[in-house]
Design a binder for this molecule. Structure first.
Ligand code: PRP
Length: 188
């Protein structure tokens, strides 16, 4: 990618389109292998951040003998705006029952891990056959709770990351790469 294509508020590109594509394809291959005997696989994208990751990941999954469905949930975290409390409010719930089905939660990023932990507890109460997670990015140093991530894209340092679905104040989700936001854009 030439520098002229990089958004002026991006300090550096962390993962290029090509790197993301390769990693997402690899995750899709792993998922296809692991769920080949599944009857029903429900992919649950958590809005908004996961929408691009989800759209690429589902197209890398090949399960001809499985009913593969795509669902979405929209959640918001109670408490402070900049850090999640882990107590989540469901803004938009699943439209179908997950009872007895294999469920894969698809998230863009795990920071403290509180959101995903709470979400897993919530969905586990609905008696799925299995419940696992696919996460594009994990800030390992940010983790406050142990949360199992079965399919992990990349571990990243504690930087402000945008693009490929991830935002700052709802902007930059459209960037095709993952980049670090310049500090002057979020620090005043
Ligand atoms: C992000 C991400 C997770 C949460 C992770 O969502 O999608 O839901 O934060 O943080 P945690 O591990 O510290 O709990 P965000 O609130 O940015 O909403 P968005 O997906 O709509 O951008």
């Amino acid at each position: 990618m030439s520098t002229t294509e990089i958004h002026p508020n991006v300090k550096r590109v962390i993962f290029t389109e090509k790197e993301i594509k390769e990693r997402v394809s690899e995750l899709g291959r792993q998922i296809s292998q692991d769920y080949k005997d599944s009857k029903n696989l429900v992919l649950v994208g958590i809005l908004k951040g996961s929408f691009i990751f989800m759209s690429d990941l589902v197209r890398s999954i090949h399960l001809p003998n499985t009913n593969v469905t795509s669902e979405f949930m929209s959640i918001s975290s109670y408490g402070a705006e900049t850090s999640s409390s882990g107590v989540i409010r469901i803004m938009m719930d699943l439209r179908t029952s997950i009872e007895g089905k294999d469920v894969l939660i698809i998230e863009d990023i795990v920071d403290s891990g509180l959101t995903l932990k709470h979400l897993m507890e919530l969905l586990n109460h609905r008696n799925p056959n299995s419940l696992h997670t696919a996460v594009l990015l994990r800030k390992k140093e940010g983790l406050k709770v142990d949360v199992p991530v079965k399919y992990m894209g990349f571990d990243i340092p504690m930087v402000f990351i945008i693009g490929y679905g991830l935002d700052f104040a709802e902007n930059y989700r459209e960037l095709p790469y993952l980049g670090e936001l310049k500090e002057e854009c979020y620090k005043k």
